[in-house]
Design a protein around this ligand. Structure first.
Ligand SMILES: Nc1nc2c(c(=O)[nH]1)N[C@H]1C(S)=C(S)[C@@H](COP(=O)(O)O)O[C@H]1N2
Ligand SMILES: [Mo]
Length: 319
């Protein structure tokens, strides 16, 4: 196997730098932040933006996590998706357009000072948005590169104000079989759920996504809000989140409860640990016929390997 230099992905390449979008959001932010703190986080009195759906996203371009790979064209990965709520094939983008993204309330509960129910647009407008170009490696051995827009989970943790000692953050997707026909398949444990350890969630790479390619997130990519944890297999990056729960217990996640011998809790990318039915050593890059070598932690080793330093690097950590 080709050995890649540890930080090769970090090499500058102008092709990967997407358009930079800048809006004057400072003024706005400071006023909303004031509102949050003076309301003592009881977000009931929070000003509503529910009617201003067409507001532009304003965000900074964060180039720290750039990859040497080209951004996957939007029209290619916008029509090749995994979203089992809408079917088990890849052409779900039309069906997913049935998912209504507004209004969309998100519940934050569990080991937090106070249960929060927050409207997606209020959440978006209260967060310091950045654009980050991340690799995404599906466990099925295809990959893409996407300019996501969102915020670090750390900001969400600050909003949530955890109490006690949560060990995990759990994420739950929407549940509506009348919209998502896949959810009529009762043998799947709907709603889709995922979970990170608290330490993983606090890692700087752990990102809540609310947009891509300069716009708000479309349904097929998990609109209006999804996760991006780029050092893990794609199924950890749960789409269309409705509920975020701080907990001291690890709950079962969707794929783990379905096929625990094939899809685990940790799901860290590692080319040297094959899936029981296929190799993970290379990946097909969406939009090209090329296969490229898969990298340990999907190329993000320098940021995340410390999380696992005390652990046995066995298959369990990489499936
Ligand atoms: N709710 C939900 N989230 C999900 C999935 C899903 O089926 N349902 N599929 C996962 C898998 S396997 C992958 S590879 C990515 C795909 O994201 P994309 O369609 O935006 O490329 O979403 C992940 N998040
Ligand atoms: Mo995936």
């Amino acid at each position: 196997m080709k050995i890649l230099k540890k930080n090769k992905w970090n090499i500058e390449e102008n092709q990967v730098t997407p358009e930079v979008y800048f809006y004057n959001r400072r003024k706005f932010l400071s006023s909303t932040m004031l509102t949050i703190s003076s309301a003592g986080l009881s977000l009931t009195g929070f000003p509503s933006f529910a009617n201003s759906k067409d507001y532009p996203l304003s965000f900074k371009n964060n180039t720290k996590y750039k990859t040497e790979r080209k951004i996957t064209p939007e029209e290619i990965n916008g029509k090749y998706n995994n979203f089992f709520e809408f079917g088990s094939h890849k052409e779900i983008w039309k069906k997913a357009s049935k998912l209504k993204l507004r209004p969309w309330e998100i519940i934050i509960d569990g080991m937090v000072e106070k249960k929060i129910s927050i409207d997606i647009d209020n959440l978006i407008k209260s967060m310091p948005l950045e654009e980050r170009v991340y690799r995404h490696r599906c466990v099925e051995a295809w990959s893409m590169v996407v300019p996501w827009i969102g915020f670090e989970i750390n900001h969400l943790i600050n909003l949530a104000k955890p109490i006690g000692n949560p060990k995990f953050i759990q994420f739950e997707s929407f549940l509506d079989p009348s919209v998502a026909s896949g959810q009529k398949q009762y043998w799947y444990p709907w709603p889709y759920t995922e979970s990170l350890t608290f330490q993983e969630a606090k890692n700087e790479l752990s990102f809540i996504v609310i947009g891509a390619y300069g716009k708000k997130l479309v349904p097929q990519h998990g609109g209006p809000i999804r996760l991006a944890v780029p050092w893990k297999y794609g199924f950890k990056s749960i789409k269309s989140i409705k509920r975020i729960t701080f907990s001291d217990k690890r709950s079962n996640t969707f794929w783990e409860s379905l096929q625990p011998k094939e899809y685990g809790f940790w799901a860290n990318v590692n080319p040297d640990f094959p899936h029981p039915r296929w190799s993970q050593s290379t990946e097909r890059v969406l939009g090209s016929d090329k296969r490229v070598p898969t990298l340990i932690y999907n190329g993000y080793e320098e940021f995340v390997s410390n999380i696992y330093s005390g652990m046995k690097l066995s298959r369990k950590l990489f499936m």
